[in-house]
Ligand binder design. Structure first.
Ligand code: NAD
Length: 328
Protein backbone atom coordinates (compact mmCIF):
# COMPACT_ATOMS: atom_id res chain seq x y z
CA UNK A 1 0.00 0.00 0.00
CA UNK A 2 3.03 2.28 0.45
CA UNK A 3 6.30 2.02 -1.41
CA UNK A 4 7.99 4.49 0.88
CA UNK A 5 6.52 4.60 4.37
CA UNK A 6 7.96 7.21 6.72
CA UNK A 7 11.13 7.13 4.62
CA UNK A 8 11.45 3.32 4.74
CA UNK A 9 11.07 1.20 1.60
CA UNK A 10 10.46 -2.57 1.50
CA UNK A 11 14.18 -3.05 0.69
CA UNK A 12 15.01 -1.68 4.14
CA UNK A 13 13.45 -4.73 5.80
CA UNK A 14 16.25 -7.05 6.82
CA UNK A 15 15.89 -10.56 8.26
CA UNK A 16 18.23 -11.04 11.21
CA UNK A 17 16.83 -14.20 12.88
CA UNK A 18 14.26 -16.92 12.17
CA UNK A 19 12.58 -19.59 14.29
CA UNK A 20 10.70 -22.71 13.19
CA UNK A 21 10.24 -26.27 14.44
CA UNK A 22 10.03 -28.22 11.19
CA UNK A 23 12.94 -30.58 10.45
CA UNK A 24 13.03 -29.43 6.79
CA UNK A 25 13.64 -25.82 7.88
CA UNK A 26 15.56 -25.81 11.16
CA UNK A 27 19.33 -25.60 10.61
CA UNK A 28 18.99 -24.43 7.01
CA UNK A 29 19.61 -20.95 5.61
CA UNK A 30 16.42 -18.88 5.58
CA UNK A 31 16.72 -18.39 1.80
CA UNK A 32 16.35 -22.20 1.36
CA UNK A 33 13.93 -22.89 4.21
CA UNK A 34 11.40 -20.53 2.62
CA UNK A 35 11.02 -23.01 -0.26
CA UNK A 36 11.00 -26.23 1.84
CA UNK A 37 7.99 -28.49 2.13
CA UNK A 38 5.25 -28.23 3.24
CA UNK A 39 5.32 -24.65 1.89
CA UNK A 40 3.22 -24.60 -1.25
CA UNK A 41 2.71 -20.99 -2.26
CA UNK A 42 3.57 -19.46 -5.62
CA UNK A 43 7.09 -18.08 -5.53
CA UNK A 44 7.44 -14.31 -5.91
CA UNK A 45 11.12 -14.65 -6.68
CA UNK A 46 13.19 -17.81 -6.84
CA UNK A 47 16.55 -16.07 -6.67
CA UNK A 48 16.93 -14.76 -3.15
CA UNK A 49 20.02 -13.11 -1.89
CA UNK A 50 21.77 -15.28 0.64
CA UNK A 51 20.51 -13.89 3.94
CA UNK A 52 23.12 -14.60 6.59
CA UNK A 53 20.41 -16.23 8.72
CA UNK A 54 20.03 -19.85 9.74
CA UNK A 55 16.60 -20.99 10.93
CA UNK A 56 16.82 -21.90 14.61
CA UNK A 57 14.76 -24.38 16.62
CA UNK A 58 11.86 -22.69 18.40
CA UNK A 59 9.86 -23.91 21.36
CA UNK A 60 7.10 -26.24 20.05
CA UNK A 61 4.65 -25.83 22.97
CA UNK A 62 1.14 -25.90 21.38
CA UNK A 63 2.32 -24.99 17.87
CA UNK A 64 1.61 -28.38 16.29
CA UNK A 65 -1.76 -30.13 16.29
CA UNK A 66 -1.71 -33.92 16.82
CA UNK A 67 -4.18 -34.59 13.96
CA UNK A 68 -1.48 -33.60 11.44
CA UNK A 69 0.12 -37.05 11.94
CA UNK A 70 -2.68 -38.53 9.83
CA UNK A 71 -1.63 -36.60 6.71
CA UNK A 72 1.21 -37.12 4.19
CA UNK A 73 4.59 -35.73 5.27
CA UNK A 74 4.84 -33.32 2.34
CA UNK A 75 1.61 -31.63 3.44
CA UNK A 76 2.15 -31.33 7.20
CA UNK A 77 4.65 -30.22 9.84
CA UNK A 78 7.37 -32.65 11.00
CA UNK A 79 8.87 -31.60 14.29
CA UNK A 80 12.70 -31.57 14.31
CA UNK A 81 14.32 -33.56 17.13
CA UNK A 82 16.43 -30.66 18.31
CA UNK A 83 16.81 -28.68 21.50
CA UNK A 84 15.08 -25.30 21.39
CA UNK A 85 17.44 -22.36 21.07
CA UNK A 86 17.52 -19.56 23.62
CA UNK A 87 15.11 -17.21 21.87
CA UNK A 88 15.75 -14.28 24.24
CA UNK A 89 19.48 -14.51 23.70
CA UNK A 90 19.15 -14.84 19.92
CA UNK A 91 16.87 -11.79 19.76
CA UNK A 92 19.31 -9.78 21.86
CA UNK A 93 22.34 -10.76 19.77
CA UNK A 94 20.58 -10.31 16.43
CA UNK A 95 19.78 -6.65 17.03
CA UNK A 96 16.20 -7.28 15.88
CA UNK A 97 13.76 -4.36 16.05
CA UNK A 98 10.66 -6.52 15.75
CA UNK A 99 9.43 -10.07 15.79
CA UNK A 100 6.78 -11.25 13.34
CA UNK A 101 4.43 -13.88 14.70
CA UNK A 102 3.09 -16.23 12.01
CA UNK A 103 2.48 -19.32 14.16
CA UNK A 104 -0.39 -21.72 13.40
CA UNK A 105 -3.89 -20.77 14.58
CA UNK A 106 -4.44 -21.98 18.15
CA UNK A 107 -0.82 -21.45 19.27
CA UNK A 108 -1.81 -19.68 22.48
CA UNK A 109 1.12 -20.83 24.62
CA UNK A 110 3.72 -20.51 21.86
CA UNK A 111 2.56 -16.97 21.04
CA UNK A 112 2.70 -16.02 24.73
CA UNK A 113 6.22 -17.46 24.85
CA UNK A 114 7.45 -15.31 21.93
CA UNK A 115 5.58 -12.23 23.29
CA UNK A 116 7.37 -12.69 26.63
CA UNK A 117 10.66 -12.85 24.75
CA UNK A 118 9.80 -9.48 23.18
CA UNK A 119 9.07 -7.98 26.60
CA UNK A 120 12.39 -9.29 27.94
CA UNK A 121 14.42 -7.88 25.05
CA UNK A 122 12.59 -4.68 24.07
CA UNK A 123 11.81 -6.15 20.64
CA UNK A 124 8.46 -5.08 19.12
CA UNK A 125 5.81 -7.62 18.19
CA UNK A 126 3.78 -7.63 14.99
CA UNK A 127 1.22 -10.27 15.78
CA UNK A 128 -0.30 -11.64 12.58
CA UNK A 129 -2.29 -14.44 14.19
CA UNK A 130 -5.59 -14.63 16.07
CA UNK A 131 -4.14 -14.93 19.57
CA UNK A 132 -5.12 -11.77 21.41
CA UNK A 133 -2.08 -9.77 22.53
CA UNK A 134 -2.28 -6.16 21.24
CA UNK A 135 -6.05 -6.36 21.74
CA UNK A 136 -5.72 -7.84 25.24
CA UNK A 137 -5.63 -5.13 27.90
CA UNK A 138 -3.13 -6.91 30.18
CA UNK A 139 -0.65 -7.69 27.41
CA UNK A 140 -1.03 -4.19 25.91
CA UNK A 141 -0.37 -2.62 29.30
CA UNK A 142 2.83 -4.63 29.71
CA UNK A 143 4.12 -3.46 26.32
CA UNK A 144 3.11 0.12 27.17
CA UNK A 145 4.92 0.00 30.53
CA UNK A 146 8.14 -0.98 28.76
CA UNK A 147 7.47 1.50 25.92
CA UNK A 148 7.65 -1.25 23.29
CA UNK A 149 5.38 -0.84 20.24
CA UNK A 150 3.06 -3.77 19.41
CA UNK A 151 0.73 -4.18 16.41
CA UNK A 152 -1.99 -6.86 16.32
CA UNK A 153 -3.92 -9.04 16.13
CA UNK A 154 -4.58 -11.32 13.10
CA UNK A 155 -3.47 -9.72 9.87
CA UNK A 156 -6.01 -8.51 7.30
CA UNK A 157 -4.94 -9.51 3.79
CA UNK A 158 -4.44 -7.02 0.96
CA UNK A 159 -7.71 -8.06 -0.75
CA UNK A 160 -9.10 -10.83 1.43
CA UNK A 161 -12.42 -12.16 2.63
CA UNK A 162 -12.45 -9.90 5.70
CA UNK A 163 -11.88 -6.54 4.01
CA UNK A 164 -14.50 -7.34 1.32
CA UNK A 165 -17.04 -8.62 3.85
CA UNK A 166 -16.52 -5.47 5.96
CA UNK A 167 -16.93 -3.16 2.95
CA UNK A 168 -20.09 -4.91 1.72
CA UNK A 169 -21.56 -4.93 5.23
CA UNK A 170 -20.93 -1.20 5.53
CA UNK A 171 -22.43 -0.67 2.07
CA UNK A 172 -25.64 -2.50 3.05
CA UNK A 173 -25.82 -0.43 6.24
CA UNK A 174 -25.03 2.94 4.58
CA UNK A 175 -27.59 2.29 1.81
CA UNK A 176 -30.33 1.56 4.35
CA UNK A 177 -30.65 -2.16 3.63
CA UNK A 178 -31.95 -4.30 6.49
CA UNK A 179 -29.23 -6.95 6.84
CA UNK A 180 -30.67 -10.35 7.83
CA UNK A 181 -28.17 -13.17 7.33
CA UNK A 182 -24.63 -13.75 6.14
CA UNK A 183 -22.05 -16.46 5.78
CA UNK A 184 -18.39 -16.49 4.77
CA UNK A 185 -17.03 -19.97 3.99
CA UNK A 186 -13.32 -20.34 3.32
CA UNK A 187 -11.43 -23.30 1.89
CA UNK A 188 -7.79 -23.85 1.03
CA UNK A 189 -5.07 -26.48 0.78
CA UNK A 190 -2.13 -25.10 2.77
CA UNK A 191 -0.97 -26.06 6.28
CA UNK A 192 -3.01 -23.20 7.73
CA UNK A 193 -6.21 -24.88 6.49
CA UNK A 194 -4.95 -28.34 7.49
CA UNK A 195 -4.22 -27.05 11.02
CA UNK A 196 -7.68 -25.49 11.22
CA UNK A 197 -9.38 -28.87 10.70
CA UNK A 198 -8.83 -29.17 14.46
CA UNK A 199 -11.88 -27.22 15.60
CA UNK A 200 -10.52 -26.84 19.15
CA UNK A 201 -7.88 -24.47 17.79
CA UNK A 202 -10.40 -22.25 16.04
CA UNK A 203 -12.08 -20.33 18.85
CA UNK A 204 -10.18 -17.06 18.58
CA UNK A 205 -10.00 -17.23 14.73
CA UNK A 206 -13.81 -17.29 14.59
CA UNK A 207 -14.08 -14.45 17.14
CA UNK A 208 -11.54 -12.37 15.22
CA UNK A 209 -13.16 -12.86 11.79
CA UNK A 210 -16.72 -12.44 13.07
CA UNK A 211 -16.02 -9.30 15.12
CA UNK A 212 -14.24 -7.76 12.11
CA UNK A 213 -17.59 -7.85 10.25
CA UNK A 214 -19.96 -7.21 13.20
CA UNK A 215 -17.99 -4.07 14.13
CA UNK A 216 -19.20 -2.41 10.89
CA UNK A 217 -22.85 -2.58 12.02
CA UNK A 218 -24.61 -0.23 14.45
CA UNK A 219 -26.69 -3.20 15.63
CA UNK A 220 -24.73 -6.45 15.27
CA UNK A 221 -26.47 -9.51 13.82
CA UNK A 222 -27.59 -12.14 16.32
CA UNK A 223 -25.16 -15.07 16.46
CA UNK A 224 -27.46 -17.47 14.63
CA UNK A 225 -27.60 -15.09 11.63
CA UNK A 226 -23.86 -14.84 10.98
CA UNK A 227 -21.49 -17.72 10.18
CA UNK A 228 -17.86 -16.95 9.39
CA UNK A 229 -14.94 -19.29 9.48
CA UNK A 230 -12.51 -21.65 7.84
CA UNK A 231 -14.63 -24.43 6.42
CA UNK A 232 -12.55 -27.18 4.87
CA UNK A 233 -9.15 -28.39 3.70
CA UNK A 234 -8.83 -29.25 0.00
CA UNK A 235 -5.20 -30.38 -0.59
CA UNK A 236 -5.03 -29.69 -4.36
CA UNK A 237 -5.88 -26.03 -3.81
CA UNK A 238 -2.48 -25.61 -2.09
CA UNK A 239 -2.06 -21.91 -1.15
CA UNK A 240 -5.07 -20.89 -3.23
CA UNK A 241 -7.77 -19.80 -0.80
CA UNK A 242 -11.35 -19.57 -1.97
CA UNK A 243 -14.01 -17.61 -0.11
CA UNK A 244 -17.74 -18.03 -0.70
CA UNK A 245 -19.69 -15.16 0.74
CA UNK A 246 -23.45 -14.65 0.90
CA UNK A 247 -25.39 -11.69 2.23
CA UNK A 248 -29.16 -11.55 2.56
CA UNK A 249 -31.12 -8.41 3.30
CA UNK A 250 -34.19 -6.38 2.49
CA UNK A 251 -34.26 -3.09 0.66
CA UNK A 252 -37.00 -0.51 0.15
CA UNK A 253 -40.47 -1.93 0.79
CA UNK A 254 -38.99 -5.00 2.50
CA UNK A 255 -38.06 -6.46 -0.89
CA UNK A 256 -35.27 -9.10 -0.66
CA UNK A 257 -31.73 -8.40 -1.88
CA UNK A 258 -29.20 -11.25 -1.98
CA UNK A 259 -25.54 -11.03 -2.85
CA UNK A 260 -23.16 -13.92 -3.61
CA UNK A 261 -19.43 -13.51 -4.06
CA UNK A 262 -16.56 -15.88 -4.77
CA UNK A 263 -13.03 -14.67 -4.14
CA UNK A 264 -9.93 -16.61 -5.16
CA UNK A 265 -6.54 -15.49 -3.83
CA UNK A 266 -3.04 -16.81 -3.16
CA UNK A 267 -3.12 -16.73 0.64
CA UNK A 268 0.47 -16.07 1.71
CA UNK A 269 1.55 -13.14 -0.51
CA UNK A 270 -1.86 -11.61 0.22
CA UNK A 271 -0.87 -11.05 3.85
CA UNK A 272 2.81 -10.35 3.10
CA UNK A 273 1.76 -7.26 1.12
CA UNK A 274 0.20 -5.84 4.27
CA UNK A 275 2.76 -6.93 6.80
CA UNK A 276 5.54 -4.97 5.07
CA UNK A 277 3.54 -1.83 5.90
CA UNK A 278 2.84 -2.94 9.49
CA UNK A 279 6.55 -3.60 10.06
CA UNK A 280 7.54 -0.14 8.89
CA UNK A 281 4.84 1.56 11.03
CA UNK A 282 6.31 -0.32 13.98
CA UNK A 283 9.76 0.90 13.06
CA UNK A 284 8.72 4.56 12.90
CA UNK A 285 7.04 4.22 16.32
CA UNK A 286 10.36 2.92 17.65
CA UNK A 287 12.23 5.82 16.04
CA UNK A 288 9.80 8.20 17.78
CA UNK A 289 10.10 6.35 21.12
CA UNK A 290 6.37 5.60 21.11
CA UNK A 291 5.36 2.34 22.81
CA UNK A 292 2.29 0.23 23.61
CA UNK A 293 -0.41 -0.96 21.22
CA UNK A 294 -0.35 1.12 18.02
CA UNK A 295 -4.05 1.93 17.61
CA UNK A 296 -4.10 3.26 14.02
CA UNK A 297 -1.87 0.70 12.26
CA UNK A 298 -3.57 -2.13 14.19
CA UNK A 299 -7.03 -0.89 13.12
CA UNK A 300 -6.05 -0.76 9.44
CA UNK A 301 -3.79 -3.81 9.15
CA UNK A 302 -5.38 -6.25 11.61
CA UNK A 303 -8.72 -8.05 11.93
CA UNK A 304 -8.83 -7.89 15.74
CA UNK A 305 -7.23 -4.58 16.79
CA UNK A 306 -7.49 -2.96 20.23
CA UNK A 307 -10.10 -0.56 18.75
CA UNK A 308 -12.14 -1.18 15.57
CA UNK A 309 -12.73 1.65 13.06
CA UNK A 310 -14.29 1.62 9.58
CA UNK A 311 -11.49 0.93 7.09
CA UNK A 312 -11.69 4.35 5.42
CA UNK A 313 -11.25 6.06 8.77
CA UNK A 314 -8.47 3.65 9.80
CA UNK A 315 -6.67 4.39 6.53
CA UNK A 316 -6.75 8.15 7.23
CA UNK A 317 -5.52 7.47 10.75
CA UNK A 318 -2.55 5.49 9.40
CA UNK A 319 -1.66 8.35 7.04
CA UNK A 320 -1.83 10.79 9.99
CA UNK A 321 0.26 8.41 12.08
CA UNK A 322 2.93 8.22 9.36
CA UNK A 323 3.00 12.02 9.12
CA UNK A 324 3.36 12.23 12.91
CA UNK A 325 0.01 14.01 13.35
CA UNK A 326 -1.21 11.34 15.77
CA UNK A 327 1.01 9.50 18.22
CA UNK A 328 -0.33 5.95 17.96
N1 NAD B 1 -3.10 -14.76 4.36
C1 NAD B 1 -2.37 -15.23 5.37
O1 NAD B 1 -1.32 -15.84 5.18
C2 NAD B 1 -2.85 -14.99 6.78
C3 NAD B 1 -3.85 -14.03 7.02
C4 NAD B 1 -4.28 -13.84 8.33
C5 NAD B 1 -3.72 -14.57 9.36
N2 NAD B 1 -2.76 -15.48 9.10
C6 NAD B 1 -2.26 -16.28 10.21
O2 NAD B 1 -0.88 -16.51 10.13
C7 NAD B 1 -0.58 -17.76 10.74
C8 NAD B 1 0.35 -18.54 9.86
O3 NAD B 1 -0.24 -18.82 8.63
P1 NAD B 1 0.59 -19.54 7.50
O4 NAD B 1 -0.30 -19.75 6.33
O5 NAD B 1 1.90 -18.85 7.32
O6 NAD B 1 0.84 -20.95 8.20
P2 NAD B 1 2.00 -22.01 7.96
O7 NAD B 1 1.43 -23.32 8.42
O8 NAD B 1 2.49 -21.92 6.56
O9 NAD B 1 3.18 -21.52 8.91
C9 NAD B 1 3.25 -21.77 10.27
C10 NAD B 1 4.72 -22.06 10.58
O10 NAD B 1 4.88 -22.11 12.00
C11 NAD B 1 5.83 -23.15 12.30
N3 NAD B 1 5.68 -23.46 13.74
C12 NAD B 1 4.76 -24.23 14.36
N4 NAD B 1 4.95 -24.19 15.70
C13 NAD B 1 6.02 -23.39 15.93
C14 NAD B 1 6.69 -22.96 17.11
N5 NAD B 1 6.28 -23.35 18.31
N6 NAD B 1 7.76 -22.12 16.98
C15 NAD B 1 8.17 -21.71 15.75
N7 NAD B 1 7.56 -22.09 14.60
C16 NAD B 1 6.50 -22.91 14.68
C17 NAD B 1 5.47 -24.22 11.30
O11 NAD B 1 6.49 -25.18 11.14
C18 NAD B 1 5.23 -23.38 10.03
O12 NAD B 1 6.45 -23.16 9.33
C19 NAD B 1 -1.91 -18.45 11.02
O13 NAD B 1 -2.21 -18.29 12.38
C20 NAD B 1 -2.86 -17.67 10.16
O14 NAD B 1 -4.20 -17.64 10.66
C21 NAD B 1 -2.30 -15.71 7.84
Amino acid sequence: MHYSLGGYTPEDIEFVAAFDIDKRKVGRPLSEAIFSEPNCTKAISIKLEDFPVIVLMGNVLDGVSAHMEDYPENRRFIVARKKPCDVVNVLKRSGADMLLNYLPVGSEKASAFYAEACLKTGVSLVNCIPVFIASNKDWAKRFEKKNIPVIGDDIKSQIGATIIHRMLTKLFEDRGVKFDNTYQLNVGGNTDFLNMLNRHRLKSKKISKTEAVQSQLHVPLRNEHIHIGPSDYIPWLKDNKICFLRMEGRGFGNIPINLEMRLSVEDSPNSAGVVIDALRCCKIARDRKVGGALISPSAYFMKHPPVQFPDEKARDMVEDFIKGKIER
